[in-house]
Design a protein around this ligand. Structure first.
Ligand code: ATP
Length: 289
């Protein structure tokens, strides 16, 4: 399912004395099957954008297209249930939303809420548990008897059991140790590759963006500052520095890029100008060849 934001603006508490412009003129195309990373500093508008992806927020100006559903500013939009089912959001610390007495009840809650029969929801719960790397033996356990990492996986299974075409991840690894982080990120990458699930990752990590995404969007003060493939974004290193990224971060990004491309850049460039020139040169020669 394709998603498209066209010149979207969003104001919190619009038309009140507390009105606050959060994003403006945001246009992003997310064709079906894309892995897109949305990055930017705190307050740059990432969470506001992500809540437009399944119509939790509706634009105060502009249009959001989610599959065939058009969501326009100044227009009452009915029947958003199908959209919410097809675009699953994994919020930060999703385990905080677990509340049922068993893992199974927690996972089937979402699908049943969308009208899926109990037997089908239970079947989906088993499949989703497997997808997140957990065994059926925990179905009857209380989610609160599980480890933090397992609880998070159960919460993710609840989103997967809805059968989404698109999954939106808001800092899905926040608070996990490095091993747990890599496991969860690799799991989402496999789901993306194997099931063709469009994936939108909201992250502060340039490394994760470089490692997993085909497309990167950088948000800055409520606007899209830059978008492109990791290679395109990286080719203008000086610009990244201006956006507030520091040298070690750029060097780490360079290393991730090498890992992803499976080939070495000519050397580690510690001068930004040198690095920028070298990467541009590489791109001209065709870095993927
Ligand atoms: N509920 C709200 N009411 C009023 N203003 C808000 C609300 N939520 C966010 N904002 C403002 O909108 C702007 C964008 O915030 P948003 O949460 O989208 O940024 P973000 O990039 O996701 O930040 P973070 O990385 O900290 O999650 C900020 O200026 C923020 O203060």
């Amino acid at each position: 399912m394709d998603i498209s934001l066209k010149s979207v603006e969003y104001r919190y508490q619009a038309n009140t004395p507390f009105e606050r412009l959060a994003i403006s003129d945001v246009s992003i195309d997310i064709p079906s099957g894309t892995y897109l990373a949305l990055i930017g500093h705190t307050g740059s508008g990432k969470s506001t954008v992500l809540q437009h992806l399944n119509a939790l927020l509706q634009p105060t100006e502009g249009t959001v297209l989610i599959g065939s559903q058009e969501i326009k500013a100044h227009q009452k939009n009915k029947n958003l249930k199908a959209v919410r089912q097809k675009v699953g959001i994994v919020f930060q610390f999703p385990e905080h939303q677990l509340f049922e007495e068993t893992v199974e009840k927690d996972i089937i809650f979402g699908p049943m809420n969308f009208g899926v029969s109990e037997s089908e929801a239970k079947r989906r719960a088993r499949v989703a548990l497997k997808q997140v790397g957990l065994g059926e033996e925990i179905l009857e356990k209380s989610p609160f008897d599980l480890s933090g990492g397992q609880m998070r996986r159960v919460a993710i299974a609840g989103v997967l059991a809805m059968g989404p075409d698109v999954i939106v991840l808001d800092e899905p690894t926040a608070g996990l140790d490095p091993r747990g982080r890599k496991e969860i990120m690799d799991m989402f990458y496999s789901l993306h590759k194997e099931r063709g699930l469009s994936t939108i990752l909201v992250t502060h990590s340039m490394e994760d963006a470089a490692r997993y995404a085909d497309q990167i969007v950088i948000m800055q003060q409520g606007r899209v500052a830059k978008k492109g493939t990791p290679e395109e974004i990286f080719s203008e290193t000086a610009e990244l520095i201006q956006m507030g990224l520091d040298v070690p971060e750029v060097v780490r990004f360079q290393l991730k890029l090498e890992e992803k491309l499976g080939s070495k850049l000519d050397k580690i460039y510690l001068s930004i100008e040198e690095l920028s020139a070298a990467v541009s040169e590489r791109l001209k020669r065709g870095v993927r060849s």
